[in-house]
Design a protein around this ligand. Structure first.
Ligand code: SAM
Length: 338
């Protein structure tokens, strides 16, 4: 049942994701100097069990690799690009890119989320020297619309309900912030799954139409990370667990298998699509290597003992990354990843 409480429970999933990231950072799985500034009393937050840390590591590395490849591809084609993150929550990706070697490739970065989440993040940015310094001089950072929006030279954060008609809710706020003729990457990390399939489809459709109207042609890339295949026994356990916290996943229903996931993009005419479970992605990229139940990420010096190896495998098999691109006329701009 949808309602204010259900939305509160969905917003709470961001706190869970941020705490999991903080824990993986504290345990040395991933590097992220920015996450502590987005979490109140970060130094006192307890770390999470090895299963969560390892899952967070695989998720984070897999998405990071695809985003890096996107930026590299834009750099090779001598173009700057834009990134739009839907349901961005406490994500620190903008800060990591903008302090990294390809910051010059990024023209604009836009995050969208519910007003409460945006307001909280805007306050954290204003309070933290480390976060605001990456956005530019203090005068260039503008908190607008009663705290529910923030603008700076490259980074923008806006409030909306992504389930509402995109043409009336998104068009007025995006015009002027995004260029319709630049390559644009849509990031949907654990967000579409909380929406009815009709709403997420309308959202992707709206972005496709928005960028297809550029006179000189452009390219829209998309990365979706989420749970799928929840009809089996373990999937039902995951669903019940979320349901007990008032969170439902209507967006997972149409995707029973990993093969069905690219349909999210092919139905909108994407020219390139691919989907892999986190388990496939992990073994393909040798992100996970086990001996005696120990998880050994590359270049990591300390190891956590994992008792629940089977459970880790089941979890990694129920999350997937789907990525794809749609190239609009003219075709001279080649697709990244393709
Ligand atoms: N993308 C971030 C990450 O992976 O760390 C946050 C993921 S969190 C699980 C889901 C986020 O999507 C939350 O911040 C939530 O508020 C946002 N969200 C879910 N449904 C939304 C909607 N209809 N409109 C705006 N934001 C939404």
């Amino acid at each position: 049942q949808r309602g204010p409480d259900a939305d509160g429970a969905i917003r709470q999933t961001d706190t869970d994701a941020a705490l999991a990231r903080l824990s993986a950072v504290k345990k040395g799985y991933i590097e992220d100097p920015f996450i502590t500034h987005l979490i109140p009393r970060a130094q006192f937050q307890p770390t999470r069990p090895p299963l969560i840390n390892i899952g967070t590591y695989v998720r984070s590395k897999s998405i990071d690799t695809l985003v890096e490849q996107w930026l590299e591809s834009c750099e090779q084609q001598n173009t700057v690009c834009q990134i739009v993150s839907l349901g961005a929550g406490s994500d620190t990706r903008f800060w990591r890119i903008n302090t990294g070697p390809r910051s010059h490739v990024l023209k604009s970065y836009l995050e969208l989320d519910f007003p409460d989440v945006v307001t909280r993040k805007a306050m954290a940015i204003r309070k933290s020297k480390e976060l605001s310094a990456v956005l530019g001089s203090p005068e260039s950072i503008v908190v607008a619309s009663g705290g529910t929006a923030l603008h700076s030279a490259k980074y923008h954060m806006l409030s909306c309900d992504l389930r509402h008609s995109p043409s009336s809710s998104l068009a007025p706020i995006l015009d002027g912030l995004l260029s319709q003729s630049l390559p644009t990457l849509l990031l949907c990390e654990c967000v579409l799954v909380y929406m009815a399939p009709e709403s997420s489809s309308a959202l992707v459709d709206w972005f496709v139409n928005y960028f297809s109207s550029a006179q000189d042609g452009s390219i829209l890339g998309a990365i979706v990370y989420e749970m799928f295949g929840l009809q089996d026994t373990f999937g039902q356990v995951m669903l019940n667990n979320l349901q007990s916290r008032n969170v439902s996943l209507p967006g997972a229903a149409p995707y029973p298998t990993v093969e069905s996931l690219p349909e999210r993009f092919t139905r909108h005419g994407f020219t390139f699509t691919h989907a892999l479970t986190l388990s496939e992605r992990a073994s393909q990229k040798t992100l996970v290597f086990r001996s005696d139940n120990r998880f050994v990420p590359p270049r990591m010096s300390h190891l956590e003992l994992l008792d629940e190896v089977e459970e880790l495998n089941l979890v990694l098999k129920h999350y997937a990354i789907t990525w794809g691109a749609k190239t609009f006329m003219p075709v001279h701009k080649s697709s990244p990843w393709g």
